[in-house]
Design a protein around this ligand. Structure first.
Ligand code: SAH
Length: 221
């Protein structure tokens, strides 16, 4: 992952954000370019949240009692880099941990197409309910209210698993629920949410690491 995640750029429209993500080399494949062009990030910013949907910045959806973000729409460059690392193919079955707004789930639904499946698990019931509503008509997506560290056994195995909150370790269930040869993209972070986003391919015994890059995420709870 080569894009500097600290750049904060303001793009005025959906098309400008898409063009910018392509121009800086963040969206590199046809599949990811087509997916980001098809999904308008503004549709995933809930009413009442004053944030520029086209800026290269996270959008905070919820904070805890201490004012720390517990749910965000991730920064566009981070979203796109993770999708490039995940390398989803049409027809894949994908598990996402951390639905939040549903923006990334909508992009995943574009990537898997009509013959694939996206299962997105969200711990916060209110967020899960509103994301499910927002994702109606966005393709083959199921939103599940639950703890994503347990994966979602009922729809396993998955070809791809993407974790969009900072984990302290790789949960054994993610290994168990990945298909042979499947891929996991997961940020491994400390309590401050900073760490490394890892791209891991499943082997019989564990994983082989394909890539790692610095990242910041709200922690898994
Ligand atoms: N993918 C999202 C961004 C995720 S932000 C998007 O496209 O907008 C991280 C989300 O993970 C938050 O909404 C948070 O509530 C959720 N989360 C935290 N711990 C979780 C857990 N154990 N299981 C499932 N979701 C969790």
């Amino acid at each position: 992952m080569c894009v500097d995640q600290s750049v904060s750029v303001r793009n005025g429209t959906h098309e400008e954000l898409v063009d910018w993500l392509v121009s800086i080399g963040a969206a590199r494949t046809d599949a990811v370019r087509t997916a980001i062009a098809a999904v308008d990030r503004a549709c995933f910013v809930p009413p009442g949240i004053a944030a520029d949907p086209y800026a290269n910045a996270p959008v905070v959806l919820k904070v805890d009692a201490a004012g720390r973000a517990v749910s965000t729409i991730s920064q566009p460059t981070m979203v796109v880099e993770m999708l490039e690392q995940l390398a989803v193919a049409s027809g894949d079955r994908v598990l996402e941990v951390g639905t939040a707004s549903g923006y990334n789930a909508a992009l995943l639904a574009q990537l898997v197409g009509e013959t694939g499946l996206v299962v997105s698990v969200e711990l916060d019931e209110e967020l899960a309910v509103s994301a499910a509503r927002r994702l109606t008509g966005c393709g083959q997506v199921e939103v599940v209210h639950g703890d994503g560290r347990e994966g979602f056994e009922a729809r396993a195995p998955y070809d791809r698993i993407i974790v969009t909150a900072g984990a302290s370790e790789v949960a054994s269930t993610w290994h168990e629920q990945l298909a042979a040869g499947g891929r996991l993209v997961v940020p491994i972070t400390g309590a401050d949410g900073r760490g490394q986003c890892l791209t891991l391919d499943r082997t019989d015994e564990g994983f082989t690491q394909r890539a790692a890059s610095p990242c910041g995420f709200v922690p898994l709870r």
